[in-house]
Ligand binder design. Structure first.
Ligand code: ATP
Length: 320
């Protein structure tokens, strides 16, 4: 199967042991490895695919712990750098009573923000079938330049570019800047995944209808996926669009569902990118990704909740 190279941040989420309380009232925190691009890389290997992670961690206990987790899951770690000065990024999570999550970041700056273009493992990037990234690595220099260069190198080597903006407003200097920078690389991607909330943010529309989604298509974009949580996923290409219902489960914690979905979909695309062109096969791949997202909501945390290929197959079989 083809290599998925995932670029961006990896950090530690400190998740409170109680929900519906403020950070100050939280009785304690559990450390959970996170960072969407790292989750995606692990989602791929869990499903039997090949992946690599490119990014920078602190040369501290947390940074080495995170690199160790990637390796333990079989993710190629040759693209990881360690910063001698800055620390691994941390995020303190608030679990709101309505089930939403809020993040308070410790990045002043954190090691991931200091990745330089000259530190990129270009050989690894050139071997990607799919190159995947978010938008957090665009926020500050020098990481922004490293991100843009990695995209260019991957594209020149023939990789498919996959973009999940993964909006974290708290990290941007302003709402306008977030929208502008996220859109500044829009027309470079072959494949984009947004959530319903991100679609609303990027289009400025209150509706998540086909017209607003299609306003985000651009001439080079082969596929736009809009994930809708328990309502599944919509897809848009130049030639067709449609909806694939979610797989029904009882959700416990939705953390990582989007990353699980993306990893699963990229696994399929890395094997055969032509599936985007045929609606029947595209729907099959989205169905598989929906099942992966659904399974991830049935367990706590992101990485521990990512399914293996056999778990997905047995669940799909059992439901028929
Ligand atoms: P995240 O919570 O990781 O930020 P996201 O907002 O990017 O996720 P979602 O739309 O929540 O993405 O979830 C991605 C996919 O996972 C959905 O398209 C769906 O297939 C599946 N999924 C998410 N939540 C549920 C649910 N409650 N029941 C069934 N499937 C779900």
């Amino acid at each position: 199967s083809g290599l998925v190279v995932s670029f961006g941040e990896m950090l530690i989420d400190f998740v409170p042991t109680a929900s519906g309380v403020s950070l100050a009232e939280a009785p304690g925190f559990l450390k959970a490895p996170g960072g969407a691009p790292a989750n995606v890389a692990i989602a791929v290997t869990r499903l039997g695919g090949k992946s690599a992670f490119i990014g920078k961690l602190g040369d501290d206990e947390f940074g080495h712990m995170l690199a160790g987790i990637l390796k333990q899951y079989g993710v190629i770690a040759e693209g990881i750098n360690f910063d001698q000065g800055a620390r691994t990024a941390l995020a303190f999570v608030t679990l709101r009573a309505d089930g939403e999550r809020e993040f308070m970041f410790y990045r002043n700056p954190s090691a991931d923000m200091l990745l330089k273009p000259e530190e990129l493992n270009l050989e690894l990037i050139r071997s990607a079938k799919v190159f995947h990234y978010g938008s957090i690595s665009l926020i500050v220099q020098p990481c922004r330049s490293a991100h843009l260069m990695a995209m260019q190198v991957a594209r020149d080597a023939g990789a498919l570019l996959s973009y999940d903006p993964n909006l974290r407003l708290a990290l941007w200097p302003s709402v306008e800047e977030a929208r502008e920078q996220i859109m500044s690389i829009w027309d470079k991607a072959d494949l984009i995944k947004v959530s319903d909330e991100e679609l609303k943010f990027l289009t400025g529309s209150d509706e998540i209808d086909d017209a607003s989604a299609m306003s985000l298509l651009h001439p080079n974009l082969k596929l736009l996926l809009v994930t809708l949580g328990e309502k599944g996923c919509r897809y848009y290409t130049k030639n067709f669009h449609g909806h694939v219902e979610a797989f029904h489960v009882t959700a416990v914690d939705t953390t990582g569902a989007g990353d699980s979905f993306v990893g699963a979909f990229l696994c399929k695309i890395a094997d055969d990118r032509s599936l985007i062109e045929e609606e029947v096969r595209l729907r099959e791949a989205i169905k598989y990704a929906n099942v992966c997202g659904a399974i991830t909501t049935t367990k706590k945390g992101a990485i521990p909740a990512l399914p293996s290929h056999s778990e997905v197959l047995s669940l799909m079989k059992g439901s028929q």
